[in-house]
Design a protein around this ligand. Structure first.
Ligand code: PLP
Ligand code: COI
Length: 341
């Protein structure tokens, strides 16, 4: 697609095929060097491990054009680390951290015209992923794998951008206790598809998943962690072994403490106390911080005082500071910004 014709400010969160991607193959116990290629098609055997037993995991990060015209990514080392954790849990070979970071830089550099301009509201989403490629019919890990990274320019994850969304408490779980909720396995997202389609059909933007063991504690949504703000401006975020350790959430806790002087608490959050919070947001690479205005819990409505018109004041400060750091308007903590151009 010719990027000259893209209306950056009106992009949704979708896939736009770009010219270049990175591909590396694992065979005979080792990774090849990997290449940047024009070929967007994956060709694998009908019995490939990923097709039969869902042996696949992925990552998500973004590249930004900053105020001075540089192109940067945000904390790619943490995506590399998390993918290593995912691979270990799924019996996949790890893709070495330094090579992961280099491949991210190479793919962005190879698609530099696809990085949306500063101030457009759009960013370049980067999707590293790995899957088992050789035939597997007995239940066991594959022996051969492919690691790929593609990029696609994106706008806001939720339509309306910074407008508060409405979510509902889900009746189904996306992750089991001692399962795979803490890694970025494709199977977790397959588990959430029924619920996201049902939520959308009923007019909700997302699902709030509860802890599967007791269904009394807040976990996360299908694609983001929760941040709550108390009435006395404290940041509270759920702690659980079955949620994805969001890089955005971990960064926001540092931003809240170090840049905004706010108190932060990472702890179990009961569904029954959610009504007492002043603000609620969903945080993630795709979601950035998307404010939640209302939560439906089986006929009961929790409406946050921040309302349905705009972000609450603390959420807004967090959003402005984080995006300010990502876009080069605010000095970043050491090591957060990885310059590509
Ligand atoms: N939780 C889930 C289930 C996700 O898919 C994501 C997205 O990556 C997140 C949380 C947010 O994580 P991060 O901030 O690292 O993108
Ligand atoms: C991300 O934020 O990178 C994710 O993977 C979430 C997904 C729902 C798009």
């Amino acid at each position: 697609m010719d990027m000259k014709n893209v209306d950056w400010s009106n992009l949704g969160f979708g896939y736009i095929q770009t010219e270049k991607r990175f591909v590396a193959n694992f065979k005979d116990g080792k990774w090849d060097e990997g290449i940047i290629t024009d070929d967007a098609t994956v060709s694998i055997n009908e019995c490939a491990g990923v097709l039969q037993y869902a042996q696949t995991c992925f990552e998500g990060l973004k590249a930004y054009t900053t105020a001075d015209g540089s192109v940067v990514t945000f904390r790619p080392d943490l995506n590399a680390d998390r993918m290593i954790d995912s691979c270990k849990r799924l019996m996949m070979p790890v893709f070495p951290k330094e090579k992961f970071i280099q491949a991210v830089k190479d793919v962005v550099a190879a698609n530099i015209d696809c990085v949306p301009p500063y101030g457009s509201g759009a960013t370049l989403y980067i999707r590293p992923y790995m899957f088992g490629t050789n035939p597997v019919i007995g239940v066991k890990p594959a022996d051969e794998y492919q690691f790929r990274i593609f990029v696609t320019p994106v706008g806001p994850y939720f339509k309306g951008g910074a407008k508060p969304i409405t979510i509902r408490v889900s009746d189904y779980d996306r992750a089991a206790p001692h399962g795979t909720g803490h890694i970025k396995a494709g199977l977790n997202y397959a588990m959430s598809l029924y619920q996201i389609v049902d939520a959308h059909e009923k007019g909700f933007d997302e699902n709030m998943y509860l802890d599967p063991a007791t269904r009394t504690k807040v976990e996360e949504t299908g694609g983001a962690n929760f941040l709550f703000v108390t009435k006395d401006n404290k940041i509270v975020t759920p702690k659980s072994n079955s949620i994805l350790p969001s890089i955005t959430r971990r960064s926001l806790l540092i931003v809240a403490k170090e840049y905004l002087g706010l108190e932060v608490e990472e702890r179990e959050v009961l569904l029954s106390e959610v009504k007492d919070f002043a603000e609620c947001g969903l945080c993630g690479t795709a979601a950035v911080i998307s404010p939640v205005g209302k939560i439906y819990d089986h006929g009961e409505e929790i409406a946050f005082p921040s309302g349905m018109d705009e972000m609450g004041p603390i959420t807004k400060k967090l959003y402005d500071t984080l995006t300010g750091i990502q876009m080069g308007r605010i000095d970043a903590p050491e090591g957060w910004i990885c310059k590509i151009k």
